[in-house]
Design a protein around this ligand. Sequence first.
Ligand SMILES: C[S@@+](CC[C@H](N)C(=O)[O-])C[C@H]1O[C@@H](n2cnc3c(N)ncnc32)[C@H](O)[C@@H]1O
Length: 281
Amino acid sequence: MLKGKPFVKWAGGKRQIIDKLKMYAPDEYNTYYEPFVGGGALFFELSPKVAVINDYNEELMNVFYCIKDETKFNKMCKELNHHEANHSEEYYYEIRNKDRDKSKFKKMPDYKRSARTIYLNKACFNGLYRVNSKNEFNVPFNRKAKVNTYDAQNLGIIHSYLNFNDIKLLNTDFEEAVKDAKKGDFIYFDPPYDTETLIFNSYTENGFGKEEQIRLAKVYSELANRGCYVMLSNHNTKLIKDLYSEYNIYVIEAKRNINSNGKKRGKVEEVIITNYEKSKK
Ligand SMILES: C[S@@+](CC[C@H](N)C(=O)[O-])C[C@H]1O[C@@H](n2cnc3c(N)ncnc32)[C@H](O)[C@@H]1O
């Protein structure tokens, strides 16, 4: 089976540690849940037949909906061709500023909004997704003269995959997204990172602070008690180690590319936490 690949560059993307994640994922499970799907690196890699994927970011989930829907998908690709043909610094800011007028932005057709999200992701500085307190996308232009917004074959594979399998797309809070998970289901949590230093982790208009990490740890325990397989990745911080001390914590090294402070790029310790044993293959 041909597998899709992430169609946007996303902060915290898991391509770097994908082999480790696969190694610690259970071999068999019923429904796959990914409540913080982002670019969906593990989701695409596993390409499960039954899944529930979710992200709080409305613009991102709208892209998934549009790739799934035949008509919207075709219109979105045409719109992306149009963006590529008109690409320039001035054009980038024109498209970026479409969310400044909220009532107009709400009326914009879904396929145009999703093409905008993909175009901005490919033409903005470092592929960041960052919005200000008014939920306005505010990442500057990456100054490249040309932009490739999509790989038609990859999007075609994703379109078919989403249609020929039982894949539910949600746009809600993580806790709500996993409420129907049952014994034998597999949940992979890749939340915004906990930080001991001040590094970039503003993904949505609502930040994800320590209290959110604590709320997530409660949800993790509830699911573990329900008999689900639960895997979580995060930074190796004191809070995370304390919150998940009763589970298996595997420390791994990952290279991070997205950081608001270029000097801080480099190796960071990450952890993969599971509530089940899995011997290394
Ligand atoms: C680390 S990223 C996920 C990276 C992704 N797994 C990948 O491989 O590219 C975290 C995601 O959590 C989302 N998010 C933030 N708060 C959330 C919440 N309360 N519920 C669900 N998703 C949330 C963000 O929009 C972001 O896409």
